[in-house]
Design a protein. Structure first.
Lengths: 503, 320
């Protein structure tokens, strides 16, 4: 056991986030830390990595009691953490980010850019990322940024690496790369502490597990001894039946028809982002879109939603009406709703209340004379809090204080309030715990049953295979394959995502 | 609004109370009816400008041009009232009534703000830069229009706005009160108000929610310009003279009131009432320091310290 946690208790203004937690992590193994959002995983990891230094209890590292006063101390001792939230500085280059705070200098004390460039190139190569170390982080996709975070931890040459949901933003192909890296790290004797909600993924990489629930350590053992259902039951403290969907029959009419949709790159001399996209969507249908990072999935949804009017060509027809959206407001009027990938930056106004966020899309309908009618606003909010089972103390709670799952439900609610015909969902369950995930799945299916056309973009294949009635695969801005649910396999999808010539 | 901003306002109220008690212990001239009206009359200009500044700051912007726009609008109102528009070469003369001249001043102010808002949204220029340019442009136009000389002797009817009384209360206090009432209702009760907060809170999310960001922004800069014009009319009326260098550094007093009032310069958080309290605190402080015969140089130092302390306290609260 390289790292042991003994009787750790941590309180925030009197409320225990962790209570008498006892855990141990085996050297040279991947240990999965499981638990719902709010179970105390992040708090525990912050203690292990020196972010929080005031707590009760004891940590043994290599059988010695140890107490980190800050993250630097933990790093020096050999414990590094890759946070779920990206901690990169957008307008610095990859190399500057990786070496931030530990820059290499020559004997004159001047930055040794050559050495840092070379080391960064080497790291990027091990991570199978073909990027120039001098590119700005701002120009990278979220998935690529996540891998840069991993590179930062690799540079430290740590003995214990804590990964907090490292795959929440990256595609399956990139997950493979990450797993190869983890296996290499294990061979060289490193220990990995791995936090994830994706049980399928954990099966592939983790040996041991520990489960936290409500700030307490519930169980630990070897992962191979436990079934999914048993793990989930321990995590949530009750049984959850995962949802199933049977493909219904659809009407002949198209709800949405997209023809020759192309999106030029805003940068000159760059390849188009979307090329001649053709597809259709029927009432009540759930269409899944897969692809690697950068395949153009998010951009497709953005284009449909009127976010890139200057660079868009092609036809979008909704209910037989040809649409030209100049901005999101136009798209909303035509019955579209867009649940974005990045809820903190695009979905929610974190400093505003649950009610204010939920009604922002429909305020116009809630007006009485000059003013917004508070009563109608409260009723609408109450309604969605109930139907989507949003856990919040009051409507006036700031959304930044809610868990990821509840935040995501609010994003969903604010769009459902617009009574859309077509719902665009981009990574609808990213960073959401299993209980809330299942509830969101149920809601999506129920909405389809009520007649909405739904397009789901997801990097999680199991999610797409579970939800979608039909699947489109994208690569390099084109649709490379279309398959019905019953014909789809992970293998086929991956092949189409990687190779353009796949038939 | 949120619980936190209520606490902040409560703190400002306590600070104001302590300030008043302190000054009244040190000077027996402070707690008199006359002085009270005097203070309120003096701060009404800053209140009107600061309210506009609050709207802009709530959208995560800033308006540095309000002082110059105040001077320009005041000068134009005074000039039109006194001289009208005359173009000798065309043998043309247009005279202006009192209301006509005031309306023209308000329009000039709104247009200045509109222009700032337009450059900010259309060309994506940072508000700091766009309104800095407007600051210089408006000051230059004022100098051009007045040829560098004050425009004075504007008549008793015009003086009413800055010096008159109505139902026992000074007219400027009525005007600032009305401005406060309308903007409080707008920010707290209307859709537009909600949009202003939303844009400051998260512009991306606001745009994706279907809000026309550019419209709202142009609106707040136009309103800030119009309120600066009201300030200009009040100042000109009180002095019975439009000074070409009126309003210099008024934008700083306005920003100070906004900040002391607990509005976040990064947008999305704050209230009109907070700003009003901030302006009152600054006004009472100014008045107290004058009554106590503190030298003007020290007054500035003290004011700066107060701003710092206010922001530090606010910061500490929001980190709890």
């Amino acid at each position: 056991m390289i790292l042991q946690v003994q009787n750790i208790t941590k309180r925030f203004s009197g409320i225990a986030a962790l209570e008498n937690v006892n855990l141990a992590f085996a050297k040279g193994k991947v240990t999965a830390v499981l638990g719902e959002n709010g179970a105390g995983k992040s708090t525990l990891m912050k203690i292990l990595s020196g972010v929080y230094s005031d707590y009760d209890g004891q940590i043994l590292y290599k059988n010695q009691p140890i107490h980190f006063v800050n993250t630097k101390a933990a790093q020096n001792a050999g414990i590094a953490i890759i946070h779920q939230e990206l901690n990169l500085i957008p307008y610095l280059s990859i190399q500057e980010n990786i070496f931030l705070g530990r820059e290499l200098t020559n004997s004159w004390g001047v930055l040794d850019k050559k050495a840092m460039f070379d080391k960064t190139s080497e790291l990027l190569k091990t991570l199978k990322l073909s990027l120039n170390p001098n590119s700005l982080v701002a120009d990278l996709k979220i998935g690529q940024q996540q891998i840069i975070e991993i590179a930062k931890a690799l540079l430290l040459d740590s003995e214990v690496i804590i990964m907090d949901e490292p795959t929440s933003a990256i595609s399956d192909a990139e997950v493979e790369v990450l797993f190869n890296i983890i296996n290499d790290l294990l061979i060289s004797g490193k220990t990995i502490i791995y936090i994830s909600h994706k049980l399928d993924e954990l099966r592939k990489i983790a040996h041991n597990y520990v489960i936290l629930r409500d700030g307490k350590s519930i169980d630990s053992g070897e992962l191979k001894d436990m079934s999914h259902d048993a793990l989930i039951a321990k995590m949530v403290g009750r049984e959850i039946k995962m949802m199933q969907r049977n493909v219904p029959t659809f009407s002949e009419n198209y709800l949405l028809k997209v023809e020759n949709l192309s999106l030029k790159s805003p940068h000159k001399n760059k390849d188009s982002i979307l090329k001649d996209i053709d597809f259709h969507l029927k009432k009540g249908e759930i269409l899944g879109i897969c692809g690697l990072m950068g395949a153009g999935r998010t951009e497709l949804l953005e284009t449909l939603f009127g976010l890139h009017p200057q660079n868009t060509t092609g036809n979008i027809t909704i209910n037989e009406v040809v649409c030209q959206f100049k901005n999101p407001a136009d798209a909303i009027k035509s019955g579209l709703a867009f649940v974005t990938e990045d809820r903190k930056h695009e979905g929610l106004i974190l400093g505003m209340t649950v009610r204010e966020n939920l009604t922002i899309t429909t305020l116009k309908d809630l007006e009485k004379g000059l003013f917004v009618d508070k009563k109608s606003e409260e009723n609408l909010t109450e309604n969605y809090i109930k139907t989507l089972n949003i856990k919040t103390s009051t409507q006036k709670q700031l959304v930044q204080n809610l868990s990821g799952g509840n935040q995501q439900k609010i994003v969903l609610a604010k769009w459902l309030a617009t009574k859309p015909q077509i719902l665009l969902l981009d990574e609808p369950t990213r960073g959401v715990d299993i209980g809330a995930k299942n509830e969101i799945y149920k809601t999506i299916v129920q909405l389809a049953d009520e007649g909405l056309g739904i397009i789901v973009v997801s990097s999680e294949l199991p999610e797409i295979m579970l939800l979608a009635d039909r699947i489109l695969v994208m690569a390099e801005g084109k649709i490379t394959a279309e398959m019905r649910k019953e014909d789809a396999t992970e293998d086929k999808i991956l092949k189409a995502a990687i190779s353009l010539n796949y038939e | 609004m949120s619980f936190r901003s209520k606490i902040t306002q409560f703190q400002s109220l306590i600070a104001l109370f302590i300030l008043c008690v302190l000054i009244s212990l040190l000077s027996d001239k402070f707690l008199t009816v006359n002085n009270g009206w005097n203070v309120l009359r003096q701060i009404s200009v800053n209140i009107v400008i600061s309210v506009g500044m609050t709207l802009v700051v709530l959208t995560a912007g800033i308006d540095l041009s309000v002082g110059s726009v105040l001077a320009l609008s005041g000068a134009i109102t005074a000039g039109l009232l006194k001289n009208g528009i005359s173009i000798p070469s065309l043998n043309l003369f247009i005279g202006f009534s009192l209301l006509g001249a005031i309306l023209a001043g308000l329009i000039i102010g709104s247009l200045s703000g509109f222009f700032s808002g337009f450059t900010i949204t259309r060309f994506k220029i940072p508000p700091f830069v766009a309104t800095l340019a407007m600051l210089t442009i408006a000051r230059g136009l004022t100098m051009l229009y007045t040829e560098g000389f004050p425009i004075s002797e504007l008549g008793e009817n015009f003086a009413f706005f800055g010096t008159g009384w109505f139902l026992g209360i000074p007219v400027p206090v009525w005007i600032s009160g009305l401005v406060i009432l309308i903007t409080v209702l707008m920010t707290q009760k209307t859709r537009l108000g909600r949009y202003i907060y939303a844009i400051g809170g998260n512009e991306n999310a606001a745009r994706l929610s279907g809000i026309n960001i550019n419209k709202v922004k142009i609106f707040v800069y136009s309103v800030a310009g119009m309120l600066a014009a009201i300030g200009g009319i009040l100042v000109t009326s009180r002095l019975d003279s439009a000074q070409p260098n009126a309003g210099i550094s008024y934008e700083l007093d306005a920003i100070a009131a906004v900040v002391i009032g607990g509005t976040s310069l990064s947008g999305g958080k704050g209230t009109i009432m907070g700003t009003v309290l901030g302006a009152i605190i600054i006004g009472v402080l100014n008045n107290g320091l004058v009554l106590l015969d503190v030298s003007p140089f020290w007054q500035q130092v003290v004011k700066g310290m107060v701003i710092l302390v206010a922001v530090i306290i606010d910061k500490q609260n929001s980190e709890k």
